[in-house]
Design a binder for this molecule. Structure first.
Ligand code: IMP
Ligand code: MG
Length: 173
């Protein structure tokens, strides 16, 4: 297993997070923001982002999984759902990466069924060419090529999530 040199360094990540947080702070001033992180992948991005958002907010999480090793299952399992009452909340769904779009699409529909005041989506990475389902994403950190990446919350087999940067990951026989 090889983790290459950073695709995005800690510094580049911090700059991008601040940029996203500034946009979100402006867009949500006067709103009732509920930031919902999708665990486990979004834990690092989520905590950096909410720390940098200046608008008042509340937080919650969804624990979901769709990936086994490097192949997507196309099926999303919800292990733990939002606890907050989301009616009258401006929900911002936050994830580490959008790939096929299957995960975010299913979670989005699940949240919309609970009729929040509004729903927007923020992802740190977008693997655009892999998209199978069209999902409206409002805030994107970086578009990346079709490569498997780890670090900054992103894993391979639940490893490498703690890396403070993002790297392309290659599996060696
Ligand atoms: P999607 O349902 O195909 O959009 O997949 C979304 C989920 O798959 C993300 O939230 C990640 O947890 C995982 N994922 C997709 N691509 C990668 C990657 O390159 N590295 C690590 N996890 C990934
Ligand atoms: Mg994820």
């Amino acid at each position: 297993m090889i983790v290459g040199k950073p695709l995005f360094t800690t510094k580049e990540i911090q700059t991008k997070v601040r940029e996203l947080a500034d946009r979100i702070s402006a867009d949500y001033s006067g709103k009732d923001l509920l930031a919902v992180g999708i665990l486990r992948g979004a834990f690092m991005f989520f905590s950096d982002l909410v720390r940098a958002i200046k608008a008042p907010l509340t937080i919650d999480f969804i624990v979901a999984s769709s990936y086994v090793k490097m192949a997507t299952l196309g099926e999303v399992k919800i292990h733990c759902d939002i606890r907050e009452d989301i009616s009258d909340k401006d929900v911002l769904l936050i994830d580490d990466i959008i790939d096929s779009g299957i995960t975010l699409n299913q979670i989005r529909e699940r949240i919309l069924a609970r009729r929040p005041s509004s729903l927007k989506i923020c992802v740190f990475l977008d693997k655009k060419e892999r998209r199978m389902v069209d999902v409206p994403v409002d805030y994107i950190g970086f578009e990346i090529p079709n490569e498997y990446v780890v670090g900054y919350g992103l894993d391979y087999d639940n490893k490498f999530r703690n890396l403070p940067y993002i790297s392309i990951f290659k599996k060696k026989a």
